[in-house]
Design a protein. Structure first.
Length: 382
């Protein structure tokens, strides 16, 4: 009887262990998933590690806090293990107070710079209300992740900047999952990028969160030559008044052959990594070749440069689209005569008794699309 009970106990133990192992396997994914949440003209990035730890970088502006909370709840988030407020700008931290009020938070990181805006005050008040502490985000600081397959550390700020230079204060986070790497840059501009380069803190990455919504002051060629992202994600609002992302930034990203993704075109974008390969939920943006205006140069020619008196000469003007109107002023010795013609067509002019041996200069001008073009030719009667 005792033997039978013992066997039953072993079977039960095996069943329970298999049950929990299965549940643990289901709970822990092998993927690291990065969600670039569409918050319009702002940033909000949610990272879930393979072991289920939750990292939130920024939460858009104040009006988007509710949307970020709703999105996180949809992802079944109950606790945010790490919140990173990259810098005090309202389009990054404006929604964080609502997030902090809605979830349990284990750790909060922010650079050591303050601001006087209401958005920043709301963020601080939410932290104070929950009796949380803010840890300093600075170069060399690592997130104490329990998931040892993932490494996350701050590369910037590497130093202090002027309090008015908030963008360059941005906390820059580097995340590595096995062979895959991600770089989240906040709003850093060329100054902070140069500091990162001089400190030799940058390396090639798979995914780049493009800084400052694609502003021309950031994502310099020198920066991109080092990080060389395969995928570049721009968090930006549709039809924003800043005209982000700028054509300059898009050209620089194209020059390093980055696949470009934009939240204003694709809404929320996810990047899923199994540690070796990355899948992006959206299609890359097709960068249209810039439309270059043709280079125009007005030119003029005569069919006879040494005509006889009372003869007719033919003036031909080219260099602008055929049919463009022009004015030709013949500067005779004792008078000036104006003629009108069209480019690509011969203009016959009877020179009458033009003084022999006197070189008659012809001043030609034409306006096209708001720009004036000029040229000159001449003839000498014999």
């Amino acid at each position: 009887m005792k033997r039978r009970i013992g066997i039953l106990g072993i079977v039960a133990a095996l069943f329970i262990s298999l049950f929990f192992a299965q549940n643990m396997t289901e709970a822990a994914s092998k993927d690291l998933v990065v969600h670039f949440i569409d918050v319009g003209q702002g940033d909000s990035i949610f990272i879930k590690t393979p072991q289920g730890e939750n990292i939130l970088i920024d939460a858009g502006n104040r009006a988007k806090g509710h949307d970020v909370v709703a999105y996180l709840k949809k992802q079944k988030v109950k606790t945010i293990n790490y919140i990173i407020a990259t810098h005090p700008d309202a389009d990054h931290i404006g929604g964080l107070d609502e997030v902090i009020n809605a979830f349990k938070v284990d750790h909060i990181y922010a650079p050591k710079v303050t601001h006087t805006t209401q958005a920043y005050k709301d963020f601080l008040n939410a932290v104070k209300k929950k009796k949380y502490k803010i840890k300093t985000a600075a170069s060399g600081v690592k997130l104490p992740l329990k998931d040892k397959t993932v490494k996350a550390s701050f590369l910037a700020p590497v130093k202090s900047y002027a309090k008015t230079d908030l963008n360059n204060w941005s906390a820059v986070l580097h995340v590595k999952y096995n062979k895959n790497t991600f770089l989240f840059t906040g709003d850093i501009e060329s100054k902070a990028e140069k500091d990162l380069i001089s400190k030799k803190l940058l390396s090639k990455v798979d995914v780049l969160k493009v800084s400052h919504h694609g502003a021309k002051e950031a994502t310099t060629s020198e920066f991109l030559k080092i990080v060389k992202p395969k995928y570049a994600v721009i968090s930006v609002g549709k039809g924003n008044r800043y005209k982000h992302p700028t054509s300059e930034t898009l050209k620089r990203l194209s020059a390093v052959k980055a696949n470009i993704y934009r939240t204003d075109l694709s809404r929320t974008i996810t990047a899923t990594s199994n540690g070796n390969t990355i899948k992006i939920s959206a299609k890359p943006t097709q960068i249209k070749a810039p439309v270059t205006n043709p280079s125009y140069k007005l030119s003029a020619s005569l069919d006879n440069k040494t005509p006889k008196q009372y003869s007719t000469i033919n003036l031909t003007v080219n260099g602008l689209p055929k049919g463009s109107k022009y004015t030709a002023i013949f500067n005779y010795k004792s008078t000036k005569t104006t003629y009108y013609g069209k480019t690509g067509e011969k203009l016959p002019v009877k020179i009458s008794r033009a003084a022999k041996g006197f070189t008659v200069k012809i001043d030609i001008s034409s306006s096209y699309k708001g720009k004036t073009y000029k040229t000159q030719t001449s003839f000498t009667p014999k």
